[in-house]
Design a protein around this ligand. Structure first.
Ligand code: ADP
Length: 537
């Protein structure tokens, strides 16, 4: 068996080198073909010279191993005669060559494996980075950069037409080039728009390319005589929306022929399909952001309008208060005079007028309170007082207004509380007033007083029609009025809202229980002891 043939005719590059000097002593044909050096040139080189310059230092460390008898496995980068770099895996073992101990090296070119692994890494990392990205420009730039890297192109241009834009006039684009020079030579980016295709196009040499009836160079507007720089390799990949329409295009080019391989095309397609999802998300996000902006604008407008309305109510109630109060004064004088004269007919009429004026005073009072409350101008003066005294005042007030209801008080009348006396009186009057107003068929209102664990509680119970359960949670809201009452009774739907705010300011709580057909019980609790600023002790 002739072992020489195994060496010289093997399709795998092999060489024999001196273990002391590293000088190359013999090469096979496969090595000559693969590296581009002639046999003569090889024999003037050492295995160290084959390495790229930055690896030569570390290569010297292998020298000791080469002198041993073990097989040596090494990895690195070799330079070809053309200046290209290849990735190699080398295994070498001791042989005797021309009566001397040498090493025979088997060289494995793993460039394409390494490139594939690197490309795969790029593909995975671009997928991760764009899936977290919501900014459109940043996504298309990343996609263009990654495609340039994966395909080995000189330049890449990505045009993106958002789905809602009806024409291709408005677009976003990203450009990626290997150098400023290439960028300069590309000229106006817009001219590439005419190269957008609906299907993948990959050409090895620009002269071969026809899109429609036009040659690529004509479509791009680069004529050789005007611009000596042109590209030969070209690839165009459409970007398609979920619904199947072309919403953009990625174009890649290179000055040389035959640059884009099928593998590069697959890689670029991989990036583009990931980009489609990310772009869809970015568009959705943009829509969401603009919808939110619109919502905020409307909210601002509504707040402004609300402010104007509050301002109007505040001015109107102020303006109404003085004339209505003096009107009431004149009516009282007139009432006394008519009583003296014994004119019963006019007296009756006057009392009716008085009732109406009282209603107006009540409504204006509610409005004034509301505007003060909203502006944070409702003042509180805390003091200690006996609650039964305040309650008695309230009942007298209400009785004077000629109510037919009998108001009965139960429970512990000894409680002393620290609160704003006028405001608490206002709350109690509101509750008793409502109990009477909303139980016109009944004749009784019960008031319960109690004290438990530092809290004072007041309950007002009526025997009216009650409140439907679904309405109970609305009852303390501003302007809420039960529709069944709104046409029968006067009111603005503010009394309970204001009362609730007052009780909250006293660190307390209001409550309501109601059974339809049987009546309602409104209550409030407040701490009995507070400091004079209204904070619980
Ligand atoms: P107003 O009495 O001015 O309408 P309130 O805030 O005092 O405003 O009351 C709000 C609504 O709650 C009333 O319109 C009424 O529908 C309901 N309501 C209040 N108190 C009672 C009650 N005791 N019985 C039945 N419904 C009541």
């Amino acid at each position: 068996m002739n072992f020489d043939n195994l060496f010289y005719q093997s399709p795998q590059p092999m060489l024999i080198f001196d273990i002391d000097t590293l000088q190359i002593l013999e090469v096979n044909t496969a090595a000559i073909l693969h590296y581009g050096y002639s046999r003569q040139e090889f024999l003037s080189l050492s295995t160290r010279d084959l390495r790229v310059s930055e690896e030569r230092g570390s290569f010297d460390k292998l020298k000791g191993l080469f002198k041993g008898s073990e097989n040596v496995f090494a990895e690195g980068q070799h330079l070809l005669r053309s200046g290209s770099v290849i990735n190699v895996q080398i295994v070498s073992y001791i042989v005797e060559y021309k009566q001397k101990k040498c090493r025979l090296a088997h060289i494995n070119d793993v460039t394409s494996v390494v490139r594939q692994a690197r490309n795969f890494e790029i593909l995975v990392s671009i997928g991760q980075s764009i899936s977290q990205e919501l900014e459109l420009q940043s996504i298309i730039q990343k996609v263009t950069d990654a495609s340039l890297q994966l395909s080995g192109a000189d330049f890449g241009i990505l045009f993106y037409y958002p789905a809602q834009s009806p024409s291709q006039v408005e677009f976003t684009f990203a450009l990626s080039t290997i150098s400023i020079d290439v960028q300069r030579q590309l000229g106006d980016i817009k001219q590439f728009q005419s190269l957008i295709t609906n299907e993948v196009v990959r050409v090895a040499s620009a002269s071969e390319l026809e899109i429609g009836s036009l040659k690529l160079s004509e479509r791009v507007g680069i004529r050789k005589e005007e611009n000596p720089w042109t590209f030969q390799s070209f690839m165009s990949v459409p970007i398609t929306s979920k619904s199947g329409e072309t919403i953009g295009s990625l174009m890649l080019g290179h000055r040389h022929k035959n640059v884009f391989t099928e593998e590069a095309e697959k890689m670029v397609l991989g990036v583009v399909s990931q980009a489609t999802v990310a772009l869809d998300n970015a568009m959705l996000f943009q829509k969401l952001v603009s919808a939110n902006d619109e919502k905020e604008r409307l909210l601002e407008k509504a707040t402004e309008q609300n402010f104007k309305k509050d301002e109007f109510l505040s001015v109107a109630s102020h303006e109404l208060k003085t004339p209505v109060t003096s009107m009431k004064g004149y009516l009282q004088i007139l009432e006394k005079q008519l009583a003296k004269e014994g004119n019963q007919l006019y007296l009756d009429l006057l009392q009716k007028a008085n009732k109406q004026v009282n209603k107006i005073i009540h409504l204006v009072g509610d409005l004034l309170n509301l505007s003060k409350l909203e502006a944070g101008r409702l003042e509180y003066n805390f003091s200690n007082f006996k609650i039964s005294e305040v309650l008695a005042d309230c009942i007298t007030n209400i009785k004077n207004a000629e109510r037919k209801h009998n108001i009965r008080v139960f429970g512990d009348q000894s409680s002393v509380i620290c609160a704003d006396r006028n405001r608490i009186e206002q709350v109690i009057i509101n509750l008793i007033d409502n109990a009477i107003k909303y139980s016109p068929e009944a004749t009784e209102v019960l008031i319960g007083l109690s004290e438990e664990r530092g809290y004072f509680k007041l309950e007002v119970r009526d025997f009216g029609p009650g409140i439907p359960e679904e309405k109970l949670r609305l009852i303390f809201e501003r302007y809420y009025r039960g529709e069944e009452n709104s046409y029968k009774t006067s009111g603005l739907g503010l009394g309970l809202y204001i009362s609730n705010e007052i009780i909250k300011r006293h660190q307390g709580r209001m409550g309501v229980e109601s059974e339809q057909g049987k009546g309602s019980t409104f209550s409030f609790i407040i701490p009995t002891e507070q400091d004079l600023e209204g904070s619980p002790k």
